[in-house]
Design a protein around this ligand. Structure first.
Ligand code: ATP
Ligand code: MG
Ligand code: MG
Length: 377
């Protein structure tokens, strides 16, 4: 089988790796120039986009921010999974909010702003600690501005002055104080079969995911049920096919949806070692109409992103049950270079491994290493 992925970064690469044992050949499109590449090494393949679309059994995305013309071209093939509407719901925060509201799914209080003067109204409605998000093209905390007091309004307005808010409005959210961030990654097949991973806990630094603990500690059955009901409502509404990630803020017994990602997700990378079937394989299975694989947790895991710097020395592999996944990229600030999966028999053992790893991983590389959640392990 042939799968074509729009986007040629690490997510396409990990899908390609997962496809090998199944005989699923994954090629990728570099969305900046529409060239078809091998996602394993990014080398150009001798095939035009039109031919690759024709040859593909299924087409999917590794990223929701796909240029419109390209997405339309691919959509015409009838092979795109998840659907273009599902991708749009993750790519456009205005559509995302409309979807959540339509399904009565709790999310952060917000106001849509398409004229800079409306920011004052947003402050009056939501209070003066706000997070302002461009409705399109934001990820890893890009395209966001934080307001902590009214006095900063003139400065923020100036920073936003050059944006065309009529074309790309802002979603202004109340800055919430939550207990923690968790996410649910799961797959839905064509026949409606679901394969859901457990809730995982996500630790962020400067708006970017750094560390993930899977399964999230101290999750009640009620929280799991809440998350799974939300996930199910979303995928049923969208007639979704493939892996979907839902990011939540936990506030007491309640989960609020932060955002959704219509693709494999960084908070599912632990599943490569920690679950019976990893998210990349399950995404391929879903879009290729194969039975979905078990998401059973094989071992509690920690996933550490390597961000903006070289990969650590491979000597770190001397710590038992650690796995290094490099993406073959050149370091740049905030760039995800790879990740480390650590598994153990239990959380306490995970904590011990994290301690041992600190010898190889300077704290500056991993700002969440000393976080409360990891100290609890
Ligand atoms: P991703 O890379 O996950 O797609 P993104 O750039 O789309 O990220 P969000 O997920 O919306 O951005 O926000 C990034 C992070 O900023 C969140 O994970 C959370 O830590 C923080 N954040 C976002 N919205 C809020 C909010 N309303 N209140 C408090 N913190 C928030
Ligand atoms: Mg996002
Ligand atoms: Mg996010």
């Amino acid at each position: 089988m042939n799968v074509l992925i729009l986007g040629s970064g690490q997510l396409a690469r990990m899908m390609a790796l997962a496809g090998v044992p199944l005989g699923i050949e994954v090629s990728a499109v570099d969305v900046s120039n529409h060239k078809v590449v091998n996602p394993l090494d990014k080398k150009r393949l001798d095939i035009h986009l039109e031919t690759a679309i024709e040859a593909a059994d299924a087409i999917s995305v590794e990223f929701e921010h796909i240029p419109e013309a390209l997405l339309e071209q691919v959509n015409r093939s009838g092979k795109l999974m998840p659907s273009s509407e599902s991708i749009a719901a993750g790519a456009d925060r205005v559509k995302e909010k409309a979807l959540l509201d339509k399904l009565n799914i709790a999310n952060c209080p917000y106001v849509i702003v398409d004229d800079i003067a409306q920011l004052d109204q947003a402050v009056a409605t939501l209070g003066e600690t706000l997070i302002i998000k461009a409705s399109r093209d934001g990820y890893d905390g890009y395209g966001q501005w934080r307001l902590s007091s009214k006095e900063q309004l003139p400065e923020i307005k100036q920073a936003l002055a050059e944006l065309d808010l009529k074309k790309v409005p802002l979603v202004v959210e109340k800055m919430l104080t939550f207990e923690r961030e968790v996410s649910l990654v799961g797959a839905r097949g064509k026949n409606g079969q679901l394969a859901l991973y457990p809730l995982v806990e996500n630790l962020h630094h400067q708006g970017q995911l750094h560390t993930c603990v899977a399964p999230a500690p101290a999750i009640t059955p009620a929280l799991t049920a809440q998350a799974q009901n939300i996930f199910t409502a979303l995928v049923n509404e969208l007639n979704y096919i493939g892996v979907l990630a839902v990011e939540f803020f936990q506030m007491g017994d309640t989960l609020l949806v932060n955002e959704i990602a219509p693709r494999v997700h960084n908070s599912g990378h632990w599943s490569m070692q920690g679950a019976d079937t990893c998210q990349f394989e399950n995404h391929l299975r879903a879009i290729c109409e194969l039975p979905l694989g078990s998401t059973e947790v094989i071992a509690p895991s920690v996933m550490l992103n390597v961000i903006g710097c070289d990969l650590p020395s491979k000597d770190m592999l001397s710590v038992a049950r650690t796995h290094l996944h490099g993406y073959m990229k050149t370091p740049r600030a905030k760039r995800k270079m790879g990740h480390i999966n650590i598994t153990a028999h239990n959380y306490a053992e995970l904590g011990e491994s994290m301690q041992k790893l600190q010898k190889w991983l300077p704290n500056s590389y991993f700002p969440t290493l000393n976080s409360e959640a990891l100290r609890l392990l």
